[in-house]
Design a protein around this ligand. Structure first.
Ligand code: NAD
Length: 505
């Protein structure tokens, strides 16, 4: 229920911020302090229906607007965000907890998709063949789907929505965003700035909410496609329910990303890469490296020696301190879950080399924030819960292997297949890895191989359900459907009725 003394984060429907018809709300915390600072509205079905109706009404005009005009509006949006990146980053950090620079990085990676989408007119050009038959020409065009929806996770409240809506809008669809209820403010800033850039009312809507809002979108006949990013159980549910309701669905799930370190690798480079990839954003990234796989015990021992002082020296603090390298976790519940995994790894017999549970934040005002230190487990085995599950926290597990092939087999035995990396100087190994590894995004001496906006983002196996990855050409294909038109201008030719299949003859 509403606590009227706190600021409210509401919906954005039909070009306006509205509280909607439900009085259900949820507290929004500042993870750095542990305090409740805002409340977010949780939509009723009627609120989702109002957003869909608005988006449905806006679609005919938006879809027929010349693509270059849509692109120019997105271009203005890009400049607005660039000018106000600090404001957006501050909103993200205050609800997610990530450091200011990390939040700015997220904004930049999101903006790259806007830049890509501004070039969409070129990608929507279609194909034309003159004379597929005598006096007969044929052309194919990519047309928008209609109303499409995006359901997004807490860990990138700006970038993940931007994987979706710039491409969807550039292709002529209208959009409904259902952001995470844990850090909803970024969605409203983006909605207002899109409007300021010239996006007409109804073209971009935001409904805040939980399962009720998601289910209403999944079942609504006017929603033609769903893009989802979040945990694997929910991704599976979204894919099954959305496709059963006749929708196009791309549902990206969780991850457990491995990095192989070969004996010939530059170990200082590998150790630094592991630090950023495992502990950046407190490990709350779907492309975080959570498993280091050193090949041979000698490499493992050397890596542990290099990593321990670095992990112990991590600067852990609030985003307000611009020198912080790692912020708090997103919620108290998630903090308890991550600490529980550290307990579980210890109980299962893994060697806890650095114990993040011992970290205490004693800066005044931040004592109740959701902080945990970086942890390193050595001698982790594949049967352990800390290896099998996605922890989504600053916990790095080391699984020692004796050969390259053993390391590859380990990766292949895991159910997730989002990202992976190998650190080596051996071209043969690098090429074999790139070609053979069964994972969607691969890095060679690159720990977090997040594709640029003009390529596409997505994993394999339990990390993605559906046929399309996000943004790049895959995004254009996902948000459009192909139409092929065949034309004849007979200039006086007449034909008798034909009852056989027409052929060129
Ligand atoms: P989550 O699955 O809990 O929530 C994602 C979205 O689904 C939210 O909008 C939430 O409101 C909604 N949701 C939650 N429970 C639901 C239910 N029962 N029915 C319908 N909708 C529901 O994920 P999260 O905790 O916000 O985000 C972290 C997860 O996202 C991690 O597993 C991470 O790996 C994953 N992720 C994946 C990628 C990727 O590209 N593969 C990127 C970012 C995050």
């Amino acid at each position: 229920m509403t606590n009227s003394s706190l600021p409210e984060i509401a919906h954005y429907i039909d070009g306006e911020i509205v509280s909607g018809s439900s009085d259900r709300t949820q507290d929004v915390f500042n993870p750095a302090t542990g305090g409740v600072e805002k409340q977010v509205r949780l939509a009723a079905a009627a609120d989702v229906e109002a957003a869909v109706a608005s988006a449905r009404a806006a679609w005919p005009e938006w879809s027929k607007m010349p693509p270059l005009r849509r692109a120019r509006i997105l271009d203005r949006f890009k400049f607005i965000i660039q000018e106000r990146a600090d404001q957006l980053a501050e909103a993200i950090s205050s609800e997610h907890g990530k450091t200011h620079d990390d939040a700015l990085g997220e904004v930049t990676r999101g903006l790259e998709v806007v830049e890509f989408a501004v070039g969409a007119p070129h990608l929507l050009k279609g194909e034309y063949t003159e004379s597929v038959g005598t006096g007969v020409d044929s052309f194919s065009t990519r047309q928008s789907l209609g109303v499409v929806a995006g359901i997004t996770p807490f860990n990138f409240p700006c970038m993940v929505p931007m994987w979706m809506f710039p491409v969807a809008l550039a292709c002529g669809n209208t959009f409904i965003l259902k952001p995470s209820e844990r850090d909803p403010s970024a969605s409203l800033l983006m909605a207002e700035w899109l409007s300021e850039a010239g996006v007409p009312k109804g073209v971009f809507n935001v409904v805040q909410g939980d399962k009720l809002a998601v289910d209403t979108l999944l079942e609504h006949p006017d929603v033609k496609a769903i893009s989802f990013v979040g945990s694997t159980p929910i991704a599976k549910y979204i894919h099954t329910t959305g496709t059963a309701n006749g929708k196009r669905v791309q549902a990206l799930g969780g991850a457990k990303n491995h990095m192989i370190i070969m004996p010939d690798a530059d170990l200082d480079m590998a150790a630094n890469a592991l630090m950023g990839a495992a502990f950046g954003s407190a490990g709350e990234r779907c492309m975080a490296i959570s498993v280091a796989v050193p090949v041979t015990d000698a490499v493992a021992d050397a890596l542990v020696e290099k990593l321990v002082p670095k992990i112990e020296a991590l600067k852990i603090g609030p985003a307000a301190d611009r020198s912080s390298e790692m912020g708090p976790l997103v919620t108290r519940q998630h903090l308890d879950k991550v600490r529980g995994y550290i307990d579980s790894g210890e109980a299962a017999g893994a060697k806890l080399v650095v114990d993040g549970r011992s970290f205490k934040q004693d800066r005044q005002g931040y004592e109740n924030g959701y902080y945990v230190g970086g942890s390193l487990f050595d001698h982790v085995t594949p049967d352990m819960e800390i290896y099998r599950d996605e922890i989504f926290g600053p916990v790095l597990s080391m699984v020692r292997r004796e050969s390259y092939q053993d390391a590859v087999d380990l990766i292949h035995s895991h159910s997730y297949a989002n990202g992976t990396a190998v650190f080596t100087r051996d071209g043969d190994v690098a090429r074999a890895f790139a070609q053979d590894i069964e994972v969607g995004m691969v890095g060679i001496n690159v720990p977090i191989p997040v594709p640029m906006a003009f390529h596409s983002f997505g994993g394999w196996k339990d990390s993605l359900f559906g046929d399309h990855h996000m943004h790049g050409m895959e995004g254009i294909r996902f948000y459009t459907r192909l139409k092929t038109t065949t034309t004849r201008w007979p200039s006086g030719q007449r034909e008798n009725p034909q009852f056989v299949m027409p052929t060129l003859g």
